[in-house]
Design a protein around this ligand. Structure first.
Ligand code: HEM
Length: 516
């Protein structure tokens, strides 16, 4: 990758000669501020700032402030040495410049899923999973077609499978809070346990992992995730210098998780047999083995890994919002679904505007995948709100999404959780225009995942699960309280009390506050 020189945009994106001082939309073209410092030492120092001395938000905010408010900056991204040969990225930290990353004609996303490092393919049976393939790679279209088909075909299993998982999860929460005065229950642990079964039931049906592999199924899945994501994790091992050495300096050797991955693969070979058979017949061109390893990745990394982070954020925002929002949600849910009736995706879609809005707002405030990367396909000009910047072909662009989706130039009170922000005010109303800028799925909320783009094919399923979570909660409970601890990967949410719905109590004498 060549170091950046002064302005010389390409034929497509910039105007030639002297006029190249202005971008196509008339913004002044500036040199990208920031820098990479001294090789090896600066990436190391930046990693420590990022993980331990500043944290991600402050890491970026302080650099934006240092460069006069510029939101396109040169920075080093962790993990750095020795996991990454090249830590240099161009960070896009506002809603406008971030959109370049969603344009597959401008960025190449081959091997950029995890950013500046690429996990060993030994973790994936020697194959490169779909999420690591660029949209222009012919294998991308072939595999994505199968996953899009799978997600659509299984959509009607989502609500029943979630209902079962939710009931089991919250029976366990209730039982935990009933254990005695002062009892509390951590949501994340239960979420981790029950959402693996949910994910497999929703996507494939059949015997859930907890039955096929026993309770250790979750441990195996988590271990495999850790072997891929350890360079991005922090605040899980104490003291921090030890953690930095263990997680951020060397690759954990894939052979240490080979056994667990083999068991997971054997499970999916059986659970997804019908999908594999169908693909062999109707979508020739992807070897069965390659598709199988892709399905393991889709189920455990893409889907389960996403739900593991997403649902604690939803519960976090509900906990922070308190009883007033809880009462509104409860009355919306209960008016839409009569007592004893089942909550369906279509009931939520048609009759629960506040539930829908609240979930979009949670996805805006905390996109579960915070980082997006892509390599410039050619020399180009990237525009932020007030300036434009030249980027060289091959440079790595990086978007820190929480700053892009909390951009004051797009959203009023952008840093605040406003549950009814997306309650539509009529066709074409402001709320639906704002959905353009909700981009957690690596695409606009108004867009559609396709074979030719990199948008998450689980988009509709994810939004449905978030909505079902909120609707099921406020059908079952009137209100709840929880403590929240923000950690880098996901917030830890601990229930301290839950108040069962008065209607349920009337039938079953269950009106009591638990855990207080
Ligand atoms: C809360 C849950 C989920 C979240 C937060 C999430 C988020 C994302 C994001 C951000 C990407 C793009 C990554 C990038 O290239 O930078 C992505 C891609 C992908 N997701 Fe999801 N996802 C979730 C659930 C699911 C589910 C349920 C499925 C199963 C159908 C799925 C399948 C995929 C696949 C296959 C890709 C790669 C798409 C491609 O390469 O074109 N995801 N997801």
């Amino acid at each position: 990758m060549a170091p950046p020189q002064a302005n010389s945009g390409d034929d497509n994106d910039a105007t030639a000669g002297e006029q190249s001082k202005l971008s196509p939309s008339g913004l002044p073209i500036r040199e990208i501020p920031g820098g990479y410092g001294i090789p090896f030492f600066s990436p190391l120092r930046d990693r420590l700032d990022y993980y331990y001395f500043q944290g991600a938000d402050e890491f970026f905010r302080s650099r934006v402030a240092r460069h006069g408010g510029a939101t396109v900056l040169r920075v080093n991204m962790p993990p750095g040495p020795f996991l990454t040969g090249d830590s240099r990225v161009i960070a896009l930290l506002d809603a406008r410049s971030f959109r370049v990353l969603l344009d597959d004609s401008r960025v190449d996303k081959a091997d950029t899923l995890d950013g500046t490092f690429m996990p060993s393919l030994a973790l994936f049976g020697g194959h490169r999973p779909l999420a690591f393939l660029d949209a222009a790679d012919p294998r991308h279209a072939k595999i994505k077609r199968v996953v899009i088909g799978l997600a659509a075909a299984r959509m009607h299993h989502v609500a029943p499978a979630f209902r079962a998982a939710f009931a089991a999860m919250f029976d366990a929460v209730d039982a935990g809070l009933d254990a005695g005065p002062g009892a509390v229950v951590e949501f994340n642990k239960l979420n981790m346990r029950f959402m693996l079964d949910f994910t497999c039931a929703a996507l494939f049906g059949g015997t859930p992992p907890s039955k096929a592999m026993g309770d250790a199924a979750v441990t195996k899945a988590l271990k495999w995730l850790i072997f891929q994501l350890h360079p991005l994790a922090s605040k899980v091992v104490k003291p921090w210098p030890l953690e930095d050495l263990l997680l951020h300096t060397f690759r954990l050797p894939p052979f240490l998780v080979r056994h667990e991955y083999a068991e997971l693969t054997a499970y999916f070979a059986a659970a997804a047999a019908a999908v594999l058979d169908d693909a062999e017949k109707n979508h020739p061109g992807i070897p069965r083995d390659e598709l199988l390893h892709n399905l393991v990745f889709v189920a455990i990394f893409n889907a389960y890994g996403g739900f593991k982070i997403f649902l604690p954020h939803i519960v976090k925002w509900l906990a922070r919002a308190g009883p007033e929002l809880h009462a509104k949600l409860a009355s919306e849910v209960r008016a839409a679904v009569p007592a004893g009736g089942e909550i369906t995706i279509s009931a939520v879609e048609k009759k629960m505007p506040l539930v829908k809005s609240m979930v979009w707002e949670a996805l805006r405030m905390n996109p579960p995948v915070e980082f997006q990367y892509g390599r410039a396909r050619r020399d180009m000009v990237v525009e932020s709100h007030d300036a434009a910047y030249e980027v060289r072909k091959g440079e790595l662009l990086f978007g820190y999404q929480p700053l892009a989706t909390r951009d004051e130039r797009v959203f009023d009170r952008a840093g605040e959780f406003v549950p009814d922000r997306f309650v539509a005010t009529g066709a074409g109303g402001g709320a639906s225009r704002l959905l353009e800028h909700v981009v957690w799925s690596n695409g606009a909320e108004t867009g559609t995942p396709s074979e030719g783009n990199k948008q998450c094919p689980g988009k509709d399923m994810v939004v449905a699960v978030g909505r079902l979570m909120v609707a099921e909660m406020f059908r079952r409970y009137d209100t709840f309280a929880a403590d929240v601890e923000e950690l880098p990967l996901e917030p830890v949410v601990t229930f301290t009390s839950l108040t069962h719905a008065a209607a349920a109590a009337a039938g079953g004498a269950r009106l009591r506050r638990r855990g207080v």
